[in-house]
Design a protein around this ligand. Structure first.
Ligand SMILES: Cc1cc2nc3c(=O)[nH]c(=O)nc-3n(C[C@H](O)[C@H](O)[C@H](O)COP(=O)(O)OP(=O)(O)OC[C@H]3O[C@@H](n4cnc5c(N)ncnc54)[C@H](O)[C@@H]3O)c2cc1C
Length: 665
């Protein structure tokens, strides 16, 4: 029995595992799992599950349609082909293996969050110990165990220009498929009982009030077609404003994120359309701004893999700052302000454009890029909140949550990568530029709908009499601005710039650039200005301008005197699997994480070490080190990243390198 494990790839077209399974004519189980250990992740939202479920229904329908060739027979009342189960991957595979003996496990390679990475490791171990070949197919164009970032583009191009996997012969495939009705947690129903998923908190176990995008390959193809034939010509002009982006952006992100359409399919369709337009152009036909629009779209689609590659090469990006120098920024005592967080998360900050953006997300689950970046900038600079604690909320409100884009973007927008220009958005100016008349604000911040355009971006500046006339008294019906925008931005910029100016930061940033920085000529558009890291990290700043590490971080670790024994990396032994290209039988991502961990840990290690030397004139000797507290004998949870550390005497979190502050962990 072959098992095709459907993950973020619920589609029939350009599907490596399905295509391969269909070729052999062996019996096959099409398995989709709602895994309790993945559902507990705080990033999960009911809207994600419903979107994926719609994709499953669409897939089932296509199988039926192909089987019967008659539209009327495709009305389905339960799943008959796909096996859907609410149970862990290991339980499911163990059960199937006991019953049938699994000959091959076929799936797509996933660059997911930490928890899915750990699950994949367990699955590989299970396969290894049961001698089950596990083949993982590439669907994003990222490379496992990429040796040098210089090679990324060539490898991506090689991947993307390959032909798509052939769509299986449907009637034949239907004959092969075996549905396992007795699998634990079997879910045959066409309606998804969200209530059943008790792993997800009640408040997240629901749909968006007005989620306009529905899942499935059929919808994905319709969205792509309408973009390439009608909407794409205005892409460049329309992407910045939330009023126009709604239709001028492709809106393919949830389909790409959940694999309802393949990246390669999108790129091939795009190239075909570009070719057609070029020919029309040569014939002297008026093609307006089509080519410009599609070129800009093409770059963005390429960025997708560029960003996912970062998480693939640095899986800890979800948990810690890419550039370790920024590790303590926004994480000192008193930095976290729950009231600010709640106001931001609910769209009640008193900044109308910010609030409208957040409320738009809460209602529909989608927002254009610029506005997402602005939301993060406002939270991490003006409100000085830690990006790690914002990540789950944003993941939930983004219907297109894709870890490989999400975490690198979050870090980029909050200035912790070391290689990107600092981007602090003036939200009032953004509102005036991109929602001049205030239409977007009025649509989502309904309490302001009667406010005249003159004051719509700053209602607190309205005279009280006018406020009363408009039925909105600021401070009563709509919040006063929770911070002073310019002042808070100024303070934040200085704090970040102070860290950035450190020579240690520059050398760390240089390492980050070598490993993750874009080598493309269009990098400035994608990632901001060329990092000073490479050009200037060897230059010396005037030492009198340079704040010391103590003034910047006020690190309690320096007071505590860290034991370097605490900095041992987590052991992440590799397991065996087969990659699609058959190149290497070792589990690349496991190996890569081990070496990444090593690199990142060493980078922090050395910098901290240097600071010890500079503070005391000499390196701390073993005799001077503070002895670990012998009373702490159990595992402990990091207060910054919530990782459960199993080294009872460790003084720093093995995952994110945050200090284990006395009494807080
Ligand atoms: C803080 C933050 C978090 C984000 N998180 C996600 C996420 O979880 N999932 C996600 O798909 N996008 C994310 N983005 C990127 C971007 O905002 C969305 O991809 C885009 O808004 C989706 O709309 P669209 O499909 O119409 O995009 P289009 O502009 O039409 O672009 C087409 C496709 O290109 C890719 N793309 C576009 N912009 C980017 C970008 N800046 N970086 C990487 N890929 C890009 C996406 O796959 C997108 O679907 C994030 C951006 C920010 C600032």
């Amino acid at each position: 029995m072959d098992v095709v494990w459907l993950k973020r790839d619920v589609r029939l077209q350009d599907h490596g595992p399905l295509s391969h399974a269909a070729r052999t004519k062996n019996p096959v189980i099409l398995l989709f799992l709602y895994e309790p250990d993945q559902l507990v992740e705080p990033t999960v939202h009911g809207s994600h599950l419903l979107f994926v479920h719609e994709g499953l229904v669409d897939l089932e329908r296509q199988l039926l349609l192909q089987q019967h060739h008659e539209e009327e027979k495709t009305t389905i009342d339960s799943f008959q082909y796909i096996t859907i189960s609410h149970c862990s991957a290991i339980d499911a595979f163990q059960f199937i293996h006991r019953k049938y003996t699994i000959h091959r496990l076929l799936a797509h390679q996933e660059t997911g969050h930490w928890q899915s990475f750990m699950r994949d490791k367990q699955v590989r171990k299970f396969c290894r110990s049961n001698s089950i070949p596990f083949t993982e197919f590439n669907q994003t164009g990222v490379t496992r165990c990429l040796k040098s970032r210089d090679d990324f583009s060539a490898k991506f191009q090689a991947f993307i220009s390959q032909p798509q996997h052939s769509t299986p012969d449907m009637p034949m495939l239907c004959q092969q498929i075996v549905q396992m009705k007795d699998i634990p947690g079997f879910m045959p129903n066409l309606t998804l009982p969200l209530d059943q998923f008790s792993e997800i908190p009640n408040s997240h176990r629901q749909d968006r009030p007005d989620r306009q995008q529905k899942g499935g390959l059929t919808k994905a193809c319709a969205t792509l077609d309408s973009f390439l034939s009608e909407r794409g010509s205005k892409f460049s002009q329309g992407i910045s404003s939330p009023n126009t982006a709604w239709t001028t952006c492709s809106r393919l992100s949830p389909y790409l994120a959940w694999g309802h359409i393949s990246h390669r399919h999108v790129v091939h369709a795009l190239k075909q359309r570009q070719e057609q337009l070029r020919k029309m152009n040569q014939q002297g036909r008026n093609i307006g701004t089509w080519l410009k629009g599609l070129q800009a779209f093409s770059s963005r689609v390429h960025w997708r893999s560029h960003f996912i590659q970062k998480l693939e090469s640095e899986p800890t990006m979800e948990k810690r700052d890419l550039c370790p120098a920024y590790q303590d920024l926004r994480r000192r005592n008193g930095d976290w302000n729950e009231e600010y967080y709640q106001a931001w998360a609910q769209g009640k900050t008193g900044f109308p454009f910010v609030d409208a953006c957040m409320r738009c997300l809460l209602q529909h689950g989608w927002l254009n890029f610029r506005m997402r970046a602005m939301l993060v900038s406002f939270a991490t600079y003006n409100l000085w909140l830690d990006w790690k604690k914002l990540a789950p909320h944003l993941a939930r409100v983004f219907l297109d949550y894709e870890p490989g884009i999400h975490y690198p973007q979050l870090q980029m927008q909050s200035g912790t990568t070391g290689i990107n220009a600092m981007r602090v958005y003036n939200t009032t100016k953004q509102g005036k530029d991109h929602d001049t008349e205030g239409n977007f604000i009025r649509r989502y911040v309904t309490e302001l709908r009667k406010v005249p355009t003159e004051y719509i971006h700053e209602p607190s500046k309205m005279p009280l009499s006018l406020q009363q006339q408009c039925n909105v008294v600021v401070g009563r019906d709509y919040p006063k601005p929770i911070v002073h925008e310019q002042e808070s931005a100024k303070v934040a910029k200085k704090k970040v710039a102070d860290v950035k100016r450190q020579s240690e930061t520059r050398s760390m940033a240089n390492q980050v650039y070598m490993k993750h920085g874009s080598r493309s000529r269009g990098r400035e558009e994608m990632e901001g200005r060329k990092p000073k890291a490479l050009s200037s990290f060897v230059e010396r700043d005037d030492p009198s301008n340079q704040p010391t590490i103590t003034t910047v971080f006020e690190r309690s670790m320096l007071k505590q005197q860290v034991s370097f024994e605490g900095w041992k990396q987590v052991s992440l032994a590799g397991s065996t699997t087969v990659c699609e290209d058959g190149a290497n039988a070792s589990e690349n991502r496991s190996k890569s994480i081990a070496s990444d961990e090593e690199m990142a840990t060493n980078a922090v290690d050395n910098s901290i070490k240097r600071h010890f030397i500079s503070m005391n004139g000499s390196e701390q000797t073993g005799a001077k080190r503070q002895k670990p507290n012998p009373t702490k004998t159990s595992s402990w949870t990091c207060r910054a990243c919530t990782f459960l550390n199993d080294k009872p005497l460790g003084l720093v979190c093995s995952m994110c390198s945050t200090m284990r502050h006395k009494g807080l962990c």
